[in-house]
Design a protein around this ligand. Structure first.
Ligand code: R5P
Length: 293
């Protein structure tokens, strides 16, 4: 069952897995409250609610209404399929008095769903989603699909991680395609202000740099890293990201300094070049109750 804006991805998933789509109806009342209705029979079925969480504040209440309605109508299990899982980065108190939003969001989703399936959540200080979520929470990895895209489309790539948190993605991709990788040093000064220190890349001059990150949000990280390549007279990097959030004019600004920007379809975006739908469908098919009877 897709929530608004997730119909294309849900159809891809349903086609991959051989499942039916649950029909629903939703709209806003004149005062801004949400109306939600499930139109299909869900009793006894596993319902996979498909909603990427790139705009979580706008989507959250509708998600809860949809899950509660499916449970009330007798769904055997209600799973949130969120290819992008939000609120993973504020995972500790950085300044006194701050909300630890990753914990609060996890508690609310855990109270609403029976299971969560997502792709590359931003795990940094928490090693596993199970440290945050009180329900089964499955993290799938997009590195293989991005790696296969790079292997098929880039000759002699040099994989670059823009900061130490990206090592997990960049090293995985590099080893899958047998390419070297380097990691830059990032200092963040604010939401949109980062400083990037480049290592000596002269040994890789003949290679095509490919910057790999899990999330492009303000785009500040990738834009600043890509600018550094130009400043050092290196080829413009190709940028490959899992989650293409690209707030405001981030994509336009990055496109000015990158050779190309590609992403997976965890968030629908003009840069989408590879789909994670087969990956998610394969995983869902390992769970109980998914096969059509
Ligand atoms: C941070 O550690 C992440 O891996 C990304 O580098 C970061 O979230 C990107 O954010 P932005 O696009 O706002 O620089």
């Amino acid at each position: 069952m897709p929530l608004p804006g997730n119909e294309t991805f849900a159809r891809l998933l349903a086609a991959e897995g051989g499942w039916s789509m649950v029909e629903s109806e939703t709209r806003r009342f004149p005062d801004g409250e949400t109306y939600f209705r499930i139109l299909s029979e869900v009793k006894g079925h596993a319902v996979d609610l498909v909603c990427t969480l790139a705009a979580p504040d706008d989507q959250f209440l509708r998600l809860v209404f949809a899950a509660d309605t499916a449970h009330r109508l007798g769904a055997a299990e209600v799973t949130l399929v969120a290819p992008y899982l939000a609120y993973m980065r504020q995972d500790k108190v950085f300044n006194p008095g701050e909300a630890v939003t990753s914990q609060t969001f996890a508690r609310l989703l855990s109270a609403t769903f029976d299971r969560i399936v997502t792709v590359d959540p931003h795990l940094h200080r928490y090693p596993l989603l199970s440290a945050l979520y009180q329900i089964p929470a499955d993290s799938l990895h997009a590195a293989p699909v991005l790696a296969d895209w790079i292997a098929a489309n880039v000759a002699a790539p040099l994989l670059i991680g823009p900061d130490e948190e990206s090592v997990q993605w960049v090293s995985g991709i590099a080893s899958r395609i047998g390419a070297p990788f380097e990691v830059l040093r990032k200092t963040r000064h604010g939401d949109r202000s980062v400083e990037i220190a480049m290592p000596d890349l002269s040994a890789h001059r003949l290679r095509q740099p490919v910057l790999v990150d899990d999330i492009a949000s303000s785009g500040g990280t990738l834009i600043e890293a890509a600018r550094q390549f130009s400043a050092m007279g290196l080829p413009r990097p190709i940028c490959a990201v899992v989650h293409a959030l690209f707030a405001g004019d981030a994509f336009a600004l990055l496109s000015e300094v990158a050779a190309r920007v590609v992403s997976t379809d965890t968030v629908a975006h003009a840069s989408n070049a590879v789909s994670v739908a087969p990956l998610i469908a394969r995983h869902l098919n390992t769970l109980p109750l998914r096969k059509e009877s």
